[in-house]
Every structure is written in C-alpha cells, then in structure tokens.
Design a protein around this ligand. Structure first.
Ligand code: TXA
Ligand code: MG
Length: 322
C-alpha cells in the first residue's frame, strides 16, 4: 500500500468511509483513526499497529452531544472535568452502550472517550458520520508520534493517508480518568496534570497507574514508549562513570551538567515543563537514531506535566532493561 501525506480532510474522510485507517493529528499525539462502529476498520487499526487485541481503543468525537449515544451516563465529576478541559488532552472512561463494538473496549464495560483539541481533527470528525477509534499512530510499543514525519517512519506502507496537521502542541497522550462511586481515578498520567484535575473537582484524585506485564486495567503495559537503544534514567553525572567508554546520548532538562557527550538534546533549557512535554517524543526519537550505545535521561520534577514525562521515561527504561 502506498502512503501519502497531505492536509485534505476530504481525502481523509473518503478513506474512512471505505473502512480504511488514516493517521490524524491531535494536540497530544497523532492518532491512527478508523470508524469506531465498524469491526472491519477497528481490526485494521490493530493490524496496522501490530497491537494486541486485549488493549482497548479511545474513541474520538467533536462534541459531547454526539457522544451521548455511546455512553450511558456521565458522573457529576466527569461533567466538571469535561467543562474545564474538553476539548483537550483528557480521556474519560464511561459505561458504554451496545453501539460500541466489544472489540473497541476489549470486552470491558467501559469505553474511553475523548474530544481532541486540534482544528483539523475537529473538522474531520464533523464531516464523518461516526466516532473515530484512534490509538497513537506508532507501531505497537514504540515512542508515540508528534509529527506526520514520525508517523511515516513507523507506518509507511501500512496505511493509505496521513493527515498532516503540523507538530502536536501538547506532545503527551491524554490523561485517562476513571470514575468509581464518588472517586476519580487517574489511570494514565498525561497532558492534564493530576493537580489541575484535583482543583476542578475540589478534592484529591487517586492516581492508580501501576505498570505490569499483564495489565488487569489495560493501558499499563510496561513496555510502552520504548526506544530501540537502551534508555537509563537517573543522575547523569553518576551514570557517566558507570558507562564510561560507551557512546552516550543525553536527554537533559534545564541546566546542562555534563560537558562531553556523543549526542545531546535538551527538553527545555529554561526548565519549562510544557516545552519539555512538547519536545519529549521527538527528542527520544532523535536520541534513539543518533547511533549511540545508550541514552541517559534525567528525571524531571514530579509536578505538573513532569509526572507524566517521568512516567514515559521510566516505561522506556523498563522496556530495555540492561
Ligand atoms: O492522547 C491520546 O489519548 C492519543 C490520541 C490519539 O487521542 N491516543 C492514545 O491512544 O494514546 P492509545 O491507544 O495509545 O492509548 C490509549 C490507552 C491505552 O493504554 C488503553 O489501554 C487505554 O487507553 N484504554 C482505552 N480504552 C480503555 C478502557 N475501556 N478501559 C481501560 N483503559 C482503556
Ligand atoms: Mg500509544
């Protein structure tokens, strides 16, 4: 299959109407989108990504009114969070109706729903008659894509079209929130911080994002976001002694402490967390492709988006334990 890149929502819609999958831009990362109501399209998503079927998909729509038919009810806390942050980088786990195929949710009673905040994605969602199921548009397990070029690197030949909407403004996947009784539970850290969500609901959210190799709550596979080059997090000054003689790629944040390195990138020289989030996946890819033996990444402060960035770095570290 020939993969073309362009910025025509009509072309994207035409492929989607044929139950094909296309890559679409969102403010978080690029998604690999297909008709969420079509099992054929959903199976094509899993196939193009090489993703196991037990890992469920997020469905995207351009407004909550359209989402009504797919979810049974919205708890008051979900409404508050949606009013504050949606459209935006937050995904809601809500009880699904029968219109959503079990394949989308991997048999779970809840479906993950999100309204992305990207003009092209919103326009596309308006002109198709169905919600779009869309995981991140990378081969399963690899670093998520934040540009059309990243998508092409992983999925060239597997999908007909990439809708190019430029670089993703947030750069981290959405925060996934779940609702149990009166509790609000974060299942994946992401583009909206847990502090911001706590403020809006007026109490502390529970963060339950345990990684495992056999996730009970899906989405917590440890091996996500892996680079091919082993990645180690920690104090770069100490690591540099441990790995002396190796070609080292540094992923830094804030002031640079190490003088010599084979390759280096800085997520944000001014230590700005939003900028770091925007740069993370692209710099992980650069570090992965520079020919180094090993990547060192310093962890960020655990506040705001720093917590979600650290989560991605630690998962990448786990995937390539050396
Ligand atoms: O920002 C994002 O959320 C991006 C863009 C494209 O919207 N999408 C994304 O999708 O990150 P994906 O498939 O890479 O990650 C979705 C996560 C998975 O870890 C999945 O297991 C979890 O959401 N998830 C989806 N449906 C679920 C469900 N019904 N119950 C629990 N977890 C679910
Ligand atoms: Mg993903």
């Amino acid at each position: 299959m020939v993969t073309t890149t362009g910025n025509s929502i009509e072309t994207a819609a035409a492929w989607l109407n044929l139950e094909e999958v296309v890559a679409i831009p969102t403010e978080t990362v690029y998604g690999l989108a297909g008709n969420a109501l079509s099992e054929t399209a959903v199976l094509r998503i899993f196939k193009a990504k090489n993703r196991p079927h037990f890992n469920p998909l997020i469905i995207h729509s351009h407004c909550w009114k359209k989402m009504d038919r797919y979810v049974k009810n919205m708890p008051p806390a979900a409404i508050k969070i949606a009013e504050a942050f949606s459209p935006g980088p937050v995904t809601f786990l809500l009880e699904k109706t029968d219109l959503i195929p079990d394949l989308v949710t991997a048999g779970h009673p809840k479906v993950a729903v999100r309204i992305p905040n990207h003009p092209l994605a919103l326009q596309l969602l308006q002109i198709v008659d169905f919600p779009l199921a869309a995981p991140s548009a990378n081969r399963f397990g690899y670093v998520s894509p934040t540009s059309a070029a990243h998508v092409l690197q992983g999925l060239n030949g597997f999908i007909p079209y990439i809708l190019d909407g430029g670089n993703c403004a947030v750069g981290l996947e959405s925060t996934i929130v779940d609702f149990e009784g009166d509790e609000v539970i974060i299942r994946r850290k992401g583009g909206i911080s847990s502090e911001a969500i706590s403020r809006v609901i007026g109490k502390k959210v529970i963060v339950r994002t345990h990684a495992s190799d056999h996730p009970v709550a899906p989405g917590q596979l440890k091996s996500h976001y892996a680079t091919e080059t082993p990645l180690v997090t920690g104090n770069s000054e100490e690591l540099i002694h441990q790995f002396s003689g190796s070609k080292i790629a540094l992923i830094e944040f804030g002031t640079s402490l190490i003088e010599e390195a084979f390759f280096r990138v800085n997520l944000s020289p001014s230590a700005n967390l939003d900028e770091a989030a925007r740069n993370l996946f692209s710099m992980m890819r650069q570090a992965d492709q520079c020919g180094a033996d090993i990547i060192f990444a310093s962890l960020l402060p655990e506040t705001g988006l720093g917590a979600a960035i650290n989560d991605r770095l630690k998962r990448a570290e786990h995937a390539n334990k050396i």
